[in-house]
Design a protein around this ligand. Structure first.
Ligand code: NAD
Ligand code: AHE
Ligand code: ZN
Length: 370
């Protein structure tokens, strides 16, 4: 069948909306009509050309919500009409990692996902007769997309697509990093580097679990108002305190250092600051931000010898098919806030505006509705 999709033809160029061909679902696969998709900084990262797994032409997007329209042979857990959120971190419940219960990094389809194809090694997308790659196994910048059954979370049908799409990445990543990865305790002092679509969800997660001080760090003072609304108690602007004094400023504010810090920017320099502002003996720093190809982190080993812990997290450590429906429930029950973080909504034809707003620091999340 034909569908409309925003195609990334080459690194650094705007997306163009095209009518493309999409193949039907093969065994174990599901055809989904995407109703809404968020635009995450990771989409911009891959479009920039800095992602070693970035392939072109591709249909980007990994933060969607939609409706199952057709299922392939052997699909048992989903049927046409079900409401779903695509999962770039699937949950097969059979691989070594899923069975271990020690990590959410399911390995069932990761290799083909990174190559821009479905698990059988082929793409379901074509444009003008040429193959177009999938992205993060999701490709939510297409009105219709195909995913393996194990990469879809079934969610309640009364939840609005244009809000819960954000649970497909940003909300779950931020809140999950606090709950699943760091396991922040009530009364902890928390520092969040980067007050964007991810960092603000870390802040609301930290407030949910009863953190004491929640210190935000960002170069853009326009982010302060929203961050305070979500629970930020103190703000540090590196441009004001001096980039080389950020760590000391945080150590002073927290009475000795952070119990937990979260890097939600994607820069080695802020990753180092996030580690070094942690409390001697126990402070844990969680890397969420994605740094460009070839970049490396560094610190004095003494920082680790003296008890600071460096960790990372993908999709907030969430097991998608199990945890995502619960997070949708939290939203519907008013336990978490999403609406005000979605600062802009636009049709697919205006998707490039979402990238512009992100780069200009004017949006938190833009959502494209179909
Ligand atoms: P965003 O653009 O919405 O937010 C980034 C924020 O960082 C902005 O507020 C910006 O002003 C601030 N910033 C930029 N440079 C800074 C600096 N030098 N010092 C202080 N603040 C600075 O991006 P987002 O969607 O929140 O994503 C944040 C990062 O998280 C990206 O790297 C993205 O790829 C990554 N990410 C990772 C995961 C994961 O599973 N690990 C999931 C989603 C996103
Ligand atoms: N191809 C990229 C990987 C970037 C990355 O780390 N992605 C995160 C999700 S970001 C969502 O916005 C992730 O899930 N990582 C685990 C994984 O298996 O990809 C690169 O830089 O190589
Ligand atoms: Zn994302």
């Amino acid at each position: 069948m034909k569908t409309r999709a925003a195609v990334a033809w080459k690194a650094g160029a705007p997306l163009t909306v095209e009518t493309i061909e999409i193949g039907g679902p093969k065994p174990g696969e599901v055809l989904v009509e995407i109703m809404a998709t968020g635009v995450c900084h990771t989409d911009a990262y891959t479009l920039s050309g800095a992602d070693p797994e970035g392939l072109f032409p591709a249909i980007l997007g990994h933060e969607g919500a939609g409706i199952v329209r057709e299922v392939g042979a052997g699909v048992t857990s989903l049927k046409p009409g079900d409401h779903v959120i695509p999962l770039y971190t699937p949950e097969c419940r059979q691989c070594k990692t899923c069975l271990s219960q020690r990590s959410n990094l399911c390995t069932a389809i990761r290799a083909t996902q990174g190559k821009g194809v479905m698990p059988d090694g082929t793409s379901r997308f074509a444009c003008d007769g040429g193959e177009v790659f999938h992205y993060m196994g999701c490709s939510t910048f297409s009105n219709f997309t195909v995913l393996p059954e194990i990469a879809l979370a079934k969610v309640r049908e009364d939840a609005p697509f244009d809000k819960i799409c954000y649970i497909g990445c940003g909300v779950t990543t931020g809140i999950g990093a606090v709950i699943n990865t760091a396991k922040v305790w009530p009364g902890a002092n928390v520092v969040v580097f980067g007050l964007g679509g991810i960092g603000l969800n870390v802040i609301q997660g930290a407030r949910m679990v009863g953190a004491d001080k929640i210190v935000g760090v960002d170069l853009n003072p326009a982010k302060v108002e929203m961050a305070k609304k979500f629970g930020m108690t103190h703000f540090v602007n590196p441009a004001e305190v001096g980039h080389d004094k950020v760590v000391q400023a945080i150590v002073d504010l927290t009475g000795g250092g952070a119990d937990f810090s979260f890097e939600c920017i994607g820069l080695p320099v802020t990753m180092r600051q996030a580690l070094e502002c942690c409390h001697r003996g126990w402070g844990e720093s969680i890397i969420i931000g994605v740094a460009a190809s070839g970049q490396e982190i560094s610190t004095r080993p003494f920082q680790l010898v003296t008890g600071r812990v460096w960790k990372g997290t993908a999709f907030g450590g969430a097991r998608g098919r199990t945890d995502v429906p619960k997070i949708v429930d939290w939203y519907m029950e008013g336990k978490i806030e999403i609406d005000s973080l979605i600062t802009h909504t636009m049709p697919l034809d205006e998707i490039n505006t979402a990238f512009d707003l992100m780069h200009e620091g004017k949006s938190i999340r833009s959502v494209v509705t179909f």
